[in-house]
Design a binder for this molecule. Structure first.
Ligand SMILES: Nc1ncnc2c1ncn2[C@@H]1O[C@H](COP(=O)(O)OP(=O)(O)OP(=O)(O)O)[C@@H](O)[C@H]1O
Ligand code: SF4
Ligand SMILES: [Mg+2]
Length: 367
């Protein structure tokens, strides 16, 4: 712990941001669309979520459900055009971000809210040594001198468990394995001691053993720095042991939110049921996985009624005509956007009465 404090000596600037009652982020009714030649894709259709200090929220959903776009809107790095925030609000420590100037947002991006991307190789600059890239954050944002910044970079590399950090501080990104590069990205993301860290599929490109190690590292850092952590993933299996709450997205909306244990014990939305059924389980090796049949809707032509209806085993006529209710409380602390959430929950309680498992076994990564 004392190591951690010295490591952040350089990093810790004077933050003028203080959460009220521990609330870091408040996203309300966020709407994002992409205006393309094929039409207007309604990527985010009224997403509301919050994040408190020291909390890990997992945002889950299939490819194209709007996870990254939500993160980009929070970070202020949406690709505009074609992407536009058309409504809603994103507040950090109570202050609206969406109306800020780019200069104001730059003061938040990095020191307050930081992000790790899926592909570490393309996020790191290939022509600069990794230590230099980490140190640069501290020179630019904190005005640290070269040698202090270099020492801080080495300590950060040590903190994310890069073996021989002092010897490898001048190595280039291509000289590290995928897992080690992702550790370097994490070191950069925490260099300025942000209050919020958003990790967008941080382990997707890695093999399962390394995935588990990176998740464990993120969980450790989150706890030691009391960060609010948003973990974006399409894989319910990798976040089981680290998330506090889960928000499930489908076609640009949240369809279910709950604490992690409730969701594993009994999902209240048919889509979450499908995601849970497709996690490989250690106690059923070799068994066929129940993938969710069909595809998510084209976001330029979201079907009437419930967007999940063509794939839903619970669908009734009402689902083909009436939009599903907004997220509503099905049980205390459990919200789902489904006409039949109570029935789904009752079935789930029978079908999903099993312990969950991570797929990784925590073995050691080499290179
Ligand atoms: N640059 C873009 N141009 C046009 N449409 C886009 C663009 N980026 C995102 N979209 C639209 O927004 C939707 C949501 O994209 P997003 O990247 O948030 O999905 P995701 O949930 O992160 O998926 P993945 O798991 O594949 O990363 C896409 O289905 C697409 O229709
Ligand atoms: S509203 Fe209807 S179609 Fe949508 S998830 Fe619920 S049961 Fe399925
Ligand atoms: Mg994404």
């Amino acid at each position: 712990m004392s190591d951690t404090l010295s490591e952040t000596d350089v990093a810790r600037g004077e933050s003028s941001w203080t959460p009220t009652d521990g609330r870091l982020l408040d996203v309300e009714d966020l709407q994002v669309e992409f205006r393309t030649r094929d039409g207007v894709a309604k990527a985010i259709n009224g997403v509301s979520l919050h994040l408190d200090e020291g909390e890990t929220l997992a945002v889950l959903g299939e490819s194209g459900s709007g996870k990254s776009v939500t993160a980009q809107a929070i970070m202020g790095i949406l690709d505009t055009p074609p992407g536009f925030v058309t409504g809603g609000s994103v507040r950090y420590c109570g202050t609206e971000l969406l109306t800020m100037t780019e200069k104001q947002r730059r003061e938040i991006r990095g020191p307050e809210i930081s992000m790790i991307f899926q592909d570490a190789l393309s996020s790191l600059n290939p022509v600069f040594p990794v230590g230099w890239q980490i140190a640069e954050m501290l020179r630019v944002h904190r005005g640290a001198n070269r040698s202090d910044a270099r020492e801080a970079a080495i300590r950060l590399m040590e903190r994310v468990n890069i073996p021989g950090a002092r010897q490898r501080v001048n190595a280039f990104p291509h000289q590290f394995s995928g897992g080690m590069r992702q550790r370097i990205m994490i070191a950069m993301a925490i260099a300025l001691d942000p209050a919020v860290l958003i990790a967008d599929e941080p382990t997707t490109a890695l093999d399962v053993t390394v995935q588990a190690q990176i998740m464990a590292l993120l969980a450790e850092l989150q706890e030691e720095r009391r960060m609010g952590l948003i973990l974006i993933t399409h894989d319910l299996g990798v976040v089981a042991d680290v998330a506090d709450r889960i928000a499930v997205m489908y076609a640009g909306k949240l369809v279910e939110t709950a604490d992690v244990h409730s969701i594993y014990a009994a999902p209240a939305h048919p889509y979450t049921q499908g995601l849970l059924a497709s996690i490989p389980r250690l106690d059923q090796k070799g068994q066929e996985l129940a993938a969710i049949g069909g595809l998510p809707p084209n976001l330029t032509r979201i079907p009437p009624g419930c967007p999940f209806n063509p794939r839903c085993r619970y669908a009734q006529d009402v689902c083909r005509h009436d939009p599903p209710p907004a997220l509503r409380e099905v049980r205390p602390g459990r919200r789902a956007a489904c006409h039949f959430a109570e029935d789904v929950l009752a079935d789930s309680a029978r079908e999903f009465d099993h312990p969950h498992h991570l797929h990784g076994d925590g073995g050691e990564e080499r290179r």
